[in-house]
Design a protein around this ligand. Structure first.
Ligand SMILES: [Zn+2]
Length: 255
């Protein structure tokens, strides 16, 4: 962690594994963040909340800190670049269009319809899957308990732990960088857009046809689609047959 050298504190951080390229920038930021902090020798460690004035945690201050961080993050996202990336994805046109509409928040989700006075009642604006929340794009695609389980299954398949960002744009930009190299990026773009396209399809089937979708089947459907898209777009070369593919770990093609 660090030690005192001639009266000065020197940080010495040891990482358990070699850092990946995408992690280096975060490490630089972190080092910069802790450089100005000097521990005091001879006193006991204690917890202190730095989001307020008196060092004591309050939910209100925590809310403000998160809100500001999110606004900053959203403002800094190069949406134009993200959208141009979408048009370059190697995926079927229908998935590309859905991704573009989703990232621009142009899907007819209940909150968007409500804004145009098309849907106004509380009940009809609820998410059809959990019946708990207002149906927004961020909710349906990321935070609905049912959708979260689908993403959990996808990350398990990828062998990756991922802290889900709040909004779909950040989710997309971070997700497609979870592998190494251009080819892995193409595969991740396909996986992201395929999952989102299917989530929207299941949502529509549930809302308009009353169909109930199953999480396990949903994850299998994502895997099967990627298998068939790979035949067209060649994200990776594989000798695996379909049943081996369905039980394999995707990390092999991401590293
Ligand atoms: Zn929901």
């Amino acid at each position: 962690m660090g030690k005192w050298e001639d009266g000065c504190w020197v940080w010495k951080l040891n990482w358990r594994r070699e850092l990946m390229e995408r992690e280096r920038a975060a490490v630089d930021d972190f080092l910069q963040f802790i450089t100005n902090f000097v521990p005091s020798a001879g006193s006991l460690d204690s917890w202190s909340w730095s989001g307020g004035k008196d060092g004591r945690y309050s939910t209100k201050e925590a809310y403000e800190v998160i809100r500001e961080t999110r606004n900053e993050a959203t403002d800094q996202l190069p949406l134009k670049e993200v959208l141009s990336k979408v048009w370059g994805m190697a995926v079927p046109h229908k998935a590309m269009v859905l991704a573009w509409r989703l990232l621009r928040n142009r899907l007819p989700t209940c909150d968007n319809l409500r804004r145009r006075n098309i849907l106004v009642g509380e009940t009809e604006c609820c998410c059809n899957a959990c019946i708990l929340n207002l149906e927004t794009a961020n909710h349906i695609f990321l935070h609905c308990p049912k959708t979260e389980k689908v993403w959990d299954g996808i990350f398990q398949w990828m062998g990756i732990c991922f802290i889900r960002p709040h909004c779909v744009v950040s989710h997309f930009t971070q997700f497609v960088q979870l592998g190494r190299g251009k080819r892995a990026e193409k595969l991740l773009e396909a996986l992201w857009s395929c999952t989102c396209w299917l989530i929207w399809k299941w949502r529509n089937e549930s809302r308009w046809e009353g169909k109930n979708w199953d999480i396990k089947d949903a994850i299998m459907e994502v895997k099967a689609r990627i298998w068939s898209w790979n035949k067209i777009f060649n994200y990776f070369e594989s000798e695996l047959n379909f049943s081996s593919w369905m039980s394999c770990n995707l990390s092999v093609w991401l590293l």
